[in-house]
Design a binder for this molecule. Structure first.
Ligand SMILES: [Fe+2]
Ligand SMILES: [Fe+2]
Length: 325
């Protein structure tokens, strides 16, 4: 039995059922043992080639009930491995699109949670493109629709699940209005990443229940420019994604931030992001507000905020969110 190294908070729970049990392990897997003062992590399966057969046997033996963990330095590898396994599953399984999307949602939630809540480096977001590809595969046959998605989505508002929801809404909307595949992909990415700049803002401000002071509001507003910096730094995203991150708080009739752009000077991608961003914020629950039903949210968007959105896009969105979904 080999004891772990480092402190307990460096271990990250993983979903072992997502991994392809026939492939070679790229990282060590640990199990948790409760200690008197602190939990200890014990090597459960080794990545070393000489243990390969034993590890496969172990992982295939039965439905694993035990919680298993990896060290944080292997997170990126784990996400890559999990994405590959999930791709196989999506292509080969006969499960429903909803079930497949639920698994992709869980994996994305894990990635974005790491970034927004566990202070992981933005490098963790590099795999977002592959996650968006998996989402595209699940949306491909168009069976899911907005209402199918809503059943899978987290109903409480967290920045990390909000990001995934916005990405999925953007992609579904783009598919429904007939945008080409490469643009659907960009919209998914931009939606998932639109609030990355919030990772640098203190949680007390993000989660504040009462009204924000002017200073706090300025801090919140900085997330668009900060986000653009983070995304540019990663160097793997195109201009459309950057526009979504930088312009999703612009308003169609002007007066938004940060550039105060008006009408079609705001990128089409950012105008779509703005719609789905507000829609998800209104239809999810926070400690200080209940979630609105689809029809209530759309009514507010049309009657009270109509001038903030591109009217054509808003009308299409309202039509698509209707009962036909
Ligand atoms: Fe935002
Ligand atoms: Fe947002």
């Amino acid at each position: 039995m080999i004891d772990s190294e480092g402190s307990a908070d460096q271990y990250h729970p993983i979903d072992i059922n997502i991994l392809d049990k026939n492939s070679n392990l790229a990282f060590n897997i640990f199990s948790k043992v409760q200690g008197a003062s602190e939990d200890r992590y014990i090597l459960y399966a080794s990545k070393e080639p000489r243990y390969r057969d034993k590890v496969r046997e172990l992982l295939q033996s039965s439905e694993l009930m035990e919680e298993l963990y990896i060290h944080e330095e292997d997170l990126v590898l784990y996400f890559e491995h999990a994405t590959d396994s999930l791709r196989e599953y999506i292509i080969n399984s006969t499960a429903s699109p909803e079930k497949k999307m639920a698994k992709v949602y869980d994996l994305s939630r894990d990635v974005t949670h790491q970034f927004f809540e566990a202070n992981s480096s933005p490098e963790i977001l590099r795999g977002s493109g592959q996650v968006v590809e998996l989402m595209e595969k699940c949306l491909d046959n168009n069976e899911l629709g907005f209402h199918g998605l809503t059943r899978i989505m987290e109903k409480d508002y967290y920045t990390y699940t909000h990001s995934i929801n916005v990405g999925l809404y953007c992609m579904t909307f783009a598919l429904k209005i007939g945008m080409p595949a490469d643009e659907v992909h960009e919209l998914g990415l931009g939606g998932m990443l639109h609030d990355v700049g919030k990772s640098g803002i203190p949680k007390e401000i993000i989660n504040k229940k009462g009204a924000l002071t002017d200073e706090e509001f300025e801090t919140i507003k900085s997330h668009t420019n900060n986000g653009v910096e983070v995304i540019r730094e990663l160097g793997c995203y195109g201009e459309k994604v950057i526009q979504m991150v930088g312009q999703h708080h612009e308003k169609y009739n002007g007066g938004g931030y940060h550039q105060g752009l008006i009408g079609e000077d705001i990128s089409l991608f950012a105008r779509i992001c703005k719609l789905t961003d507000v829609y998800d914020a209104l239809t999810t629950r926070r400690s200080y507000k209940k979630s609105l039903k689809a029809i209530e949210a759309l009514t507010i968007m049309k009657s009270k905020m109509g001038n903030e959105f591109d009217p054509k896009l808003l009308n299409s969105f309202i039509r698509m969110m209707g009962p036909e979904g």
